[in-house]
Design a binder for this molecule. Sequence first.
Ligand code: ARG
Length: 244
Amino acid sequence: GLASLALAQEGAQDTAVPDLGGRTLLIGSDTTYPPFETVNQEGEIVGFDVDVMNAICERINCVAQFQTTAWDGIFAALANGEFDMVASGVSITPEREQIVDFTIPYYEVSQAIAVRVGDEDLTIADFEEGNLVLGAQTGTTNAMTAERLAGRERTRLYDTFATAIQALLTGDVDGVVIDDVTADAFAAQYAGQLVVSIREVASGDQLGFVVPQGDPLVDALNAGIEMIQADGTLDALVQKWLVA
Ligand code: ARG
């Protein structure tokens, strides 16, 4: 009958590859976040998120155009229509789901603490109980973890993780709570000065891409994520950017 016909058509739509008709997606991103997104010496925005979005756009026929954006207010800016989506190593959280929509997860990270070389014996308890100060980027899940561990009094928040890491190097803070792969990227950049000695301070953060609430773009992006998962492209990009 009609109901089964409708079901059959829905089923057909589910398996069809979405086609965005060559549309340019303007993507807001805080590009101070290796290895997800940084600006290279040539001034190009590069990283895991860029390659993942380019791979998705190859499947669903779009052009991914990243635009450097401040992290603070990035979800409000998205909701105001300043760009089409956000790709910025964003953790899927219930608080954010109040104001934006997320794709299915495309990666999972854990949170870690980066410290100065020489401090690698510090434990979580040292940050919970002592006088040590933790840093993180404002408005991140990492900032919430820092405040949970050290309390607000002993937490310093920064506009970017790059500045939080500088504060660690100069001794303004004693540890930075940060997603593990980003911690490893900064530790590699500052080899001999920084180490990632405390891992799994918070359990897995699922990362998703972000669209305005109710935007059907999320369905096309989800289909794209599923395609690059199924054909091994996502795994290859994880190996390229995220596996030390
Ligand atoms: N995953 C963390 C969060 O969503 C940190 C993301 C920070 N991203 C960035 N591009 N600065 O809260």
